[in-house]
Design a protein. Structure first.
Lengths: 130, 535
């Protein structure tokens, strides 16, 4: 790859806890990636559109307030319709263990619950971007 | 003896070097004992009341709310039956963002992290059977605060309480929502004006009600150090005070009803000195900069507690112990009200069981540990008085920096404060991951066997959303449509004309206009906030 990995970091839904998203965005930038941070209150439609417009390699969500499964259920078909099925989808935040299988089933290959380490996130992204 | 050279250097989170021991000389070098005073006397460093908890222990006010108003009403009654002395209401995100439960943007979020509210009917259910004279209520709402304050006053009035005597608090600190927490709706300047509207309205109609609780808490959670937490909060409080003064209000007509909300995680001594220092500084600002004549105008009345940023996902049961130290900090710091994040909050909104443990923690400090017996028990310690002086000086420096850069409203609108604290949060996360900043169970003393306590999750029921929407439809169907339309037109008219919107908002909620309908009127005039993304 001759350009830096491009990541859209998005805050889905109404959740206003953005400390984690911003910390991860900085870690990805420090690792040489290009990061587009969407800011708060993104709808599934907006996330898919931004990811498509930005030609992102990675779509990364940060969710702290519990609505990750309904959000991702809406987002999955939109990302597919936008031709982004082959991109890396990852999600982090307050993600209870019992939801991890469902998130993976929805296409989120990287699931990073609270307590994940920044280097593990960075390394996972590097290893999984085609 | 050259053993000092071998000691590891210690610098607290606020950047102050901590010595291995302190004496009277250190207090003198830091400014002396001159700015302490007696408890209940200016500058109130030792506490805002002469007898403090001996006269009345801190109010215990766990943050609670979920699902429908009826579910939350049951939890309120459970906590009150267990000795809780105030309520602190959590609203779901659609409510906080000014959306009705049937708004497409509310999908998946109704009743999830707090109680859903659409109309006055929901307030009537939530507070049913609760004596509002005995139990004071704090509403944790910011963007939608005008509507919810109006609902609280209207609900109380309907139940026969005299609004002129009604006590209670709304968080209603929108500037910190732009820094952290994120439940903003309108652009920065009209948002500040709305806070001014509530201050002015309450000063005139509900003078015992605290319309604003200025929050350092969430700024700290977003990455600020303890000095910045207080300094930014005071800059924000001054922005609201300036708006109120520009309306012709007298400082003494509202300053005494401003309250504050601060965090407690971190070093015990840094935190306690933070509170002592801040009490003196706020009293000084209100007296010297604003010329207040009533001593109580400069009282730093505060809820202190929470501590979410200090709790860990790892070994969650150890958070019960952290919570006990946080409660100790709040008590030694002289908080008027206390609330604790529960041990399970890194996972879920707290269960009834976890809430009860937090409540018992606060109760045992009063009943068993002697924390309510003597005012400011750490006062007079050379270390504590030195650090109190140093923390206050650092807070003043930080406030002066904000002023020199154009003031807090400008810096928040530009995203400059957000960028600064988020850079600090990143450095702190790196320091935790490298082990440089120690967190037990996280970067030292980890449990390598997976035997952490299995946290029981608070259940989320999809059917609650359907019930809430059905209830909203019922309330919409039962109201006088013409009266609602006229009331909403008055809200819009007040906003367009630059008048105080609160009288019209109160009329609208009394007509059972919804949170979302009122938001739409205001957003139609003010527009909606667009977040500056800055790194």
């Amino acid at each position: 790859m001759n350009r830096p990995i491009k990541v859209v970091v998005a805050k889905p839904g109404l959740d206003g806890h953005d400390q984690g998203a911003k910390v991860v965005a900085r870690a990805l930038m420090d690792a040489g990636m290009e990061v587009i941070y969407t800011g708060l209150r993104q709808t599934p439609e907006a996330v898919a559109r931004i990811a498509q417009d930005e030609d992102a390699d990675v779509i990364a969500l940060s969710s702290m307030a519990g609505s990750h499964v309904p959000f991702c259920e809406k987002l999955k078909p939109l990302l597919e319709q936008a031709g982004l099925s082959d991109k890396l989808w990852v999600i982090g935040g307050n993600l209870p263990k019992q939801d991890h299988a469902r998130l993976k089933e929805l296409g989120f290959r990287g699931v990073f619950p609270s307590s994940s380490r920044l280097d593990d996130i960075v390394n996972f992204v590097k290893a999984n971007v085609a | 003896m050259n053993d000092r050279l071998k000691l590891r250097p210690v610098t607290n989170e606020s950047g102050i070097e901590i010595q291995p021991r302190y004496g009277a000389m250190d207090v003198e070098a830091s400014g002396g004992f001159g700015f302490i005073g007696e408890p209940g006397e200016y500058p109130f460093v030792r506490g805002i009341h002469p007898q403090m908890y001996r006269q009345r222990p801190y109010t215990m006010r766990q943050y609670t709310g979920f699902g429908n108003p009826a579910d939350t009403n049951q939890r309120f009654k459970y906590l009150i039956a267990n000795g809780q002395t105030g309520l602190n209401v959590a609203f779901d995100l659609p409510t906080q963002c000014g959306l009705d439960s049937d708004d497409p943007l509310a999908h998946g979020e109704v009743g999830r992290v707090g109680m859903a509210v659409d109309t006055l009917r929901d307030f009537e259910i939530a507070f049913d059977g609760i004596d509002l004279d005995k139990i004071t209520v704090s509403l944790t709402v910011n963007g939608a605060a005008p509507q919810l304050i109006a609902m609280y006053l209207a609900m109380a009035e309907k139940r026969g309480y005299d609004v002129a005597k009604l006590r209670g608090t709304a968080q209603n600190d929108i500037l910190k929502e732009f820094i952290g927490r994120g439940t903003w709706i309108y652009p920065v300047e009209p948002s500040v004006r709305l806070v001014g509207d509530t201050i002015e309205y309450c000063a005139r109609h509900a003078p015992k009600y605290s319309p604003v609780s200025v929050c350092g808490y969430h700024i700290r959670e977003s990455g600020a150090n303890p000095v910045q937490e207080m300094a930014y909060a005071f800059c924000i409080a001054r922005a609201y005070a300036d708006d109120a003064l520009a309306r012709g209000l007298d400082i003494d007509a509202f300053a005494g009803r401003l309250s504050f909300n601060f965090n407690v995680f971190g070093s015990i001594f840094e935190q306690v000195c933070k509170f002592r220092a801040a009490r003196g500084l706020w009293a000084k600002i209100v007296k010297e900069q604003y010329g207040a004549k009533q001593p109580e105008s400069g009282w730093l009345r505060m809820i202190a507690g929470g501590g979410g940023g200090g709790l860990t996902f790892e070994q969650p049961e150890v958070n019960i112990v952290r919570g006990a130290y946080y409660a100790l900090i709040a008590a030694l710091g002289g908080a008027q009200t206390m609330a604790l994040c529960c041990f399970d909050e890194a996972y879920t909104i707290p269960t009834e069981y976890a809430q009860r443990i937090s409540l018992r923690t606060m109760q045992l400090l009063i009943e068993e540990m002697g924390l309510a017996d003597t005012v400011d028990p750490l006062g007079g310690s050379w270390f504590v008085e030195t650090l109190t002086n140093q923390m206050r000086q650092k807070m003043e420096e930080t406030m002066a920096e904000v002023d020199a850069q154009g003031g807090i409203v400008k810096l928040v609108a530009e995203g400059a404060i957000q960028a600064k604290v988020s850079a600090q949060a990143y450095r702190m996360q790196r320091a935790i991951e490298s082990g440089e900043f120690r967190k037990v169970g996280v970067n030292c003393y980890r449990n390598e066997q997976a035997d952490d306590l299995e946290v029981q999750m608070h259940p989320y029921k999809e059917e609650d959303t359907r019930r809430q929407i059905a209830s909203l439809e019922g309330a919409r169907g039962a109201r006088d449509v013409r009266r609602v339309g006229e009331a909403l037109a008055k809200v819009r008219g007040a906003a367009e004309g630059g008048a105080n919107v609160m009288p019209a908002v109160v009329e609208a909620v009394k007509a059972y206009a919804t949170v979302g309908e009122i938001t739409q009127q205001l957003a139609g005039v003010y527009g909606r906030y667009r977040e500056p993304v800055r790194f």
